[in-house]
Design a protein around this ligand. Structure first.
Ligand SMILES: NC(=O)c1ccc[n+]([C@@H]2O[C@H](COP(=O)([O-])OP(=O)(O)OC[C@H]3O[C@@H](n4cnc5c(N)ncnc54)[C@H](O)[C@@H]3O)[C@@H](O)[C@H]2O)c1
Length: 354
C-alpha cells in the first residue's frame, strides 16, 4: 500500500480540528477519501477541504471499497459498535478515547482486529505529548528511582452541561462524566508510568445542582498499584481555571511534575541526575537538583499537534506494519480502571481489579 485511504467517521470538534488536519499534513502517505457525520454541514466542510466522498450513515461508508482505514471520532457509546463493524468490513481502525464504554465490547473489538490481522489503535494523545514522552524517558532511565506515589488531575470549566443537545451529559451516550471523558487520560497514564492497578476507591458528585446533566462533573479517588505504589486522582469540570492537566510522579530518587499551565511544562527534581547543560539548572535542595528540561510546550502542542502526530503514527503503523504505541489492550485497561472507579463510587467502597 502506497497511501492509506482514510474514512473519517464523526466530523465534530475532534474529527475536524484534531484528526483531519493530521492526515492533510501527510498527503504522500494518507488521503481522506470518505467522511461520515449525521450533520450534513460537518460533512460538507470536510468534503470541500479534501474532496472526500460524503456519507450520512457509517454503514454506507464501511461498504466503500476505496476506504482502507477508519478514524472514529463519535460519541462514546458508538465507539465499540462502529469499531467492530469497521474491522468486520476489513478496515484498520483508530478510535478516540474512551476505547469503548463496555468491557465486553472492548474484548470483541480487540479479538476482531487480531483475527483479521488489522491495525487497531486507541487514540490516546497523551502518549504523543512531548512533556509526557520526555517524562517517560527520564523514568525509564531511573532518574527518579521507583515511583512510590503518583497524582493526576484534569480540570477546567465545561459550559455545555445545560445544553440538552449535548451527548456528553446523557449517560447512555457518554458512559459517564468527567471521569470517563477526561479522567480516562490519567487512567491511561497511570498504567503507562507506574504499572497495573490493584484497587481503586472513588467518589463522584454532580456539583452543579441545577444542571440537567445525568453524569458527574467532579470525581476524586485513590489507587493501589500492584507494585506497592499509591495514586490519587481528581477530575473536575466546574472549576474556574483554564483547562489544565497535572501529572506528578514521586520516586525514591526524585520527582517529575508535568503541568499544562506552567511555563515549564516539565520539572524534574533528582538526586542522581545533573544535566551537562548548565542552563537547565535551577537549583539544589540538599541532594536534589532541580531541572526544567526544555520541552516544546503550548496549548497547540498539547491539544492539536499531539493529535496530528497520533493519527500520523496510525498511518505509519499501517504502511510499515508496526504495532501502534497505544493498543486496543491499553484502551481496554484504561476503561477497566474507569469502570471500576464508577463501581467503587456507587458501592462506596474500595474495588479490586482483576
Ligand atoms: N483526546 C482528547 O483530548 C479529546 C478531546 C475532545 C474529544 N475527544 C473525543 O473525540 C470524540 C468526539 O468528541 P467531539 O468533541 O468531537 O464531539 P462532537 O460532538 O463535537 O463530535 C461528534 C460528532 O459525531 C457525529 N455523530 C453523532 N452520532 C453519529 C452517528 N450515528 N453517525 C454519524 N455521525 C454521528 C455528530 O454529529 C458530531 O459531529 C469523543 O470520543 C471524545 O471523547 C478527545
Amino acid at each position: 500500500m502506497e497511501r492509506v485511504r482514510i474514512g473519517l467517521i464523526g466530523a465534530g470538534i475532534m474529527g475536524t480540528y484534531g484528526h483531519f488536519p493530521g492526515y492533510m499534513e501527510i498527503p504522500t502517505k494518507a488521503q481522506v477519501v470518505a467522511v461520515c457525520d449525521k450533520n450534513p454541514k460537518a460533512v460538507q466542510n470536510i468534503v470541500e477541504k479534501s474532496g472526500a466522498k460524503g456519507y450520512s450513515s457509517f454503514e454506507d461508508l464501511l461498504g466503500d471499497p476505496s476506504v482502507d482505514a477508519v478514524d472514529i471520532c463519535l460519541p462514546h457509546n458508538l465507539h465499540g459498535p462502529v469499531a467492530l463493524a469497521a474491522l468486520s468490513a476489513g478496515k484498520h481502525v483508530i478510535v478516540e478515547k474512551p476505547f469503548t464504554i463496555d468491557l465486553m465490547q472492548a474484548d470483541q473489538v480487540i479479538a476482531e482486529a487480531k483475527a483479521r490481522k488489522l491495525k487497531l489503535m486507541a487514540a490516546e494523545n497523551m502518549r504523543f505529548i512531548k512533556a509526557y514522552q520526555v517524562a517517560k524517558q527520564l523514568v525509564d532511565s531511573d532518574v527518579i528511582g521507583d515511583i512510590c506515589y503518583v497524582r493526576g488531575y484534569t480540570g477546567g470549566p465545561n459550559d455545555d452541561s445545560s445544553d440538552p443537545s449535548n451527548w456528553r451529559i446523557r449517560a447512555a451516550e457518554s458512559g459517564g462524566g468527567t471521569m470517563m471523558d477526561d479522567g480516562i487520560h490519567c487512567f491511561y497514564l497511570f498504567r503507562w508510568f507506574v504499572g497495573d492497578v490493584k484497587s481503586v476507591y472513588a467518589v463522584t458528585t454532580k456539583y452543579r445542582k441545577n444542571s440537567i446533566s445525568e453524569v458527574e462533573d467532579n470525581a476524586v479517588g485513590t489507587l493501589k498499584f500492584s507494585n506497592g505504589a499509591l495514586g490519587i486522582f481528581g477530575f473536575s469540570t466546574t472549576t474556574a481555571s483554564p483547562w489544565t492537566e497535572e501529572f506528578q510522579l514521586f520516586g525514591t530518587k526524585g520527582s517529575i511534575f508535568v503541568d499544562f499551565l506552567a511555563s515549564n511544562a516539565l520539572r524534574v527534581f533528582s538526586t542522581v541526575r545533573r544535566s551537562n547543560d548548565k542552563s537547565l539548572w535551577w537549583g539544589r535542595y540538599g541532594d536534589v537538583s532541580w531541572e526544567y528540561p526544555f520541552v516544546e510546550h503550548s496549548t497547540t502542542e498539547w491539544v492539536t499537534s499531539s493529535m496530528r502526530r497520533e493519527v500520523q503514527h496510525f498511518v505509519d503503523c499501517i504502511l510499515y506494519d508496526k504495532e501502534p504505541l497505544v493498543t486496543g489492550e491499553d484502551g481496554k485497561r484504561a476503561l477497566e480502571l474507569c469502570l471500576k472507579a464508577y463501581e467503587s463510587a456507587r458501592l462506596g467502597k474500595e474495588v479490586s481489579l482483576s
